[in-house]
Ligand binder design. Sequence first.
Ligand code: TXA
Ligand code: MG
Length: 327
Amino acid sequence: METKIGNSIREAADWLRQNEVIAIPTETVYGLAGNALSEEAVVKIFKAKNRPFFNPLIIHTHSREGIASFVKNIPAEAHIIAEQFSPGPVTFLLEKKDHVPDLVTGGHHKVAVRIPNHPLTLSLLNMIDFPLAAPSANRFGYVSPTTANHVMEGLTGLIPYILDGGPCVVGVESTIVDFEDNEVIIRRKGGISVELIEKALGKAVIIRTHASDHPVAPGQLKSHYATITPLHTGNKLELLRKFNGKKIALIEFGDPLNEACYKRFNLSPSGDPDEAARNLFSLMRQADHCGADVIVTSLLPEEGLGAAVNDRLKRAEHLNKQDGYTG
Ligand code: TXA
Ligand code: MG
């Protein structure tokens, strides 16, 4: 199959109406999208991504009315969050209505839904009369794509079309928010910080993002976002000493270290966590492809989007430690 890159929402809609899967831009990362209500299309998403069927997909829709059509009820807290942050990088886990395919939710009674904030994709969603299931448009386990070219690197020949909407402006995936017994639970740290959600709600949330190889509530597989080159987080200077003699790619944040190394990258020279989130996956890919033996980085202050960046770095590091990983 030939994979074409373009910016025609008409062409994108045509492929989707034929139950094909295509890549779409969002503000967070590129998604691999298909008709969420068509099992044929959803199966193609799992296959193109090489993703296990138990790991469920987020449904993307254009409006809050759209969300309401897939879920049984929307708790008051979800309304407050949607009011402030949708369209935007936040996903809601809510009780699904019966017509939402079990394939999309991995058999789970809740469905993940969000309104992406990207003009092309919002127009596309308004043009078609079905919602889009879309995981990140990378091969399962690898670093998420934030440009059309990243998608091309992983999925050439596997999908017919990549809708190019430019580089993603947020750069990390949406924050996943769950609602249980009047509590608000963060299941994945992402593009809206925990601090902002707590401010909007006027109360504290519970954070339950524990990494697991066998997630009870799916979505927290440790094996995500990994580079093929081993990645280590910690004190930069100590790690440089530890890997002395190897080709080291150093990913920094803020002021650079005055030490020699094979290649260096900076998430944000001015120390801005939002900029770091925007650059993260692109720099992880560049570091992965630069010919280094090892990637060394340190965690950001655990504030704002720094927390989401740290989550991705730690997951990438974890996977590198597992034996037998082949990407
Ligand atoms: O920003 C994003 O959310 C991007 C863009 C494309 O929208 N999408 C994304 O999808 O990150 P994906 O599939 O890579 O990650 C979705 C996460 C997965 O970890 C999945 O297990 C979890 O959401 N998830 C989806 N549906 C769920 C459900 N019904 N119950 C629990 N977790 C769910
Ligand atoms: Mg993903």
